[in-house]
Write a protein that binds this ligand. Structure first.
Ligand code: SAM
Length: 290
């Protein structure tokens, strides 16, 4: 049976009197080659435990259920559940949970469904909440990899190199927890309805240890946020006036000088090692003066 063509999507929605909900980011995937590339990037085996976010009508869920041991799919839209349940009725290794992924207690969900096993996350994400979902997932040590379809522009930011225009706070936040690799770009026509922008599939392999040693993680992340809080300004000006860091321009200048970094540098020109060094120096200085 055909589940993933544009006609199939339209027919199934119409059968339940539904229309794609823009507000929930419902762009259904209708290109089989993309489905297969997502599944192959996730490197599933019959032992894999998978969390899928936003299964929609289940095109991707079906492929995951064929390859993985156990799949939990979290879908917010109650009205789509009859179609989803029908499309998954032949599989006994899928559990559907009708909740908002941002409100789900992932520790509990993983304990309840996967015991103490590691988890892979796979999703064609709803684009209106891409960043909060990714940030939530990166906090979880049970997750070993994340393969997601997101807006191409966001994907470029996640895997950007220091010095490029796409490099920003989210690049550093992701780099601290994971290695980001692009899988493929996807044109708007691969979805029903077509989104306004191109998409990309990206794989995040979670690190066992961060790539740098930081004395105070909260300070490190505040420094990253501060450095990009006013993009047009220099690092010294943005960081020196960022409230959460409780510092000033003179103190920031002194630290850059000590580390042989030019005081005119901008936040996007510094890599994760430089951020770690600056943060550690600031923490040490604050301890000495406090
Ligand atoms: N997986 C399907 C596919 O590839 O065709 C649908 C993907 S669609 C881009 C995103 C899905 O996420 C929709 O089914 C939408 O209802 C669901 N969704 C939106 N917000 C959500 C949330 N906060 N929690 C869980 N699912 C959500």
């Amino acid at each position: 049976m055909d589940f993933s063509s544009k006609k199939a999507v339209q027919r199934q929605l119409a059968g339940e009197g539904l229309r794609p909900k823009k507000g929930l980011g419902q762009n259904f995937l209708t290109d089989e080659s993309v489905l297969f590339d997502i599944v192959s990037a996730a490197e599933l085996t019959k032992d894999s435990c998978v969390l899928e976010i936003g299964p929609g009508m289940g095109v991707l869920t079906r492929e995951l259920a064929k390859k993985a041991g156990s799949v939990v799919a979290v879908e917010l839209d109650t009205t789509i559940l009859p179609v989803l349940e029908k499309n998954l009725s032949e599989f006994n290794n899928v559990t559907i949970i009708n909740q908002d992924i941002l409100k789900v207690d992932l520790d509990k969900l993983f304990d309840d469904h996967f015991g103490d096993r590691s988890v892979k996350v796979i999703a064609n994400l709803p684009y209106y909440i891409t960043t909060p979902i990714i940030m939530k997932l990166l906090e979880h040590h049970r997750i070993t990899s994340i393969v997601v379809m997101i807006q191409r522009e966001v994907a470029r930011r996640l895997s950007a190199k220091a010095g490029s225009k796409d490099f920003g706070a989210i690049t550093l936040a992701v780099d601290y927890r994971a290695v980001a690799e692009p899988v493929r770009d996807v044109p708007p026509e691969a979805f029903m309805p077509a989104p306004k922008v191109w998409s990309s599939v990206i794989r995040l392999s979670l690190r066992e240890e961060p790539p740098v040693t930081v004395l105070n993680e909260k300070h490190f992340f505040d420094l990253v946020k501060g450095a990009f809080s006013q993009r047009r300004k220099t690092f010294v000006n943005s960081v020196g006036s960022y409230g959460a860091l409780e510092t000033n321009k003179e103190a920031v200048k002194a630290i850059l000088e000590k580390l042989n970094i030019p005081e005119t540098i901008r936040g996007e020109a510094l890599d994760i090692e430089a951020y770690a060094k600056i943060s550690n120096e600031m923490v040490k200085m604050q301890k000495q003066s406090g």
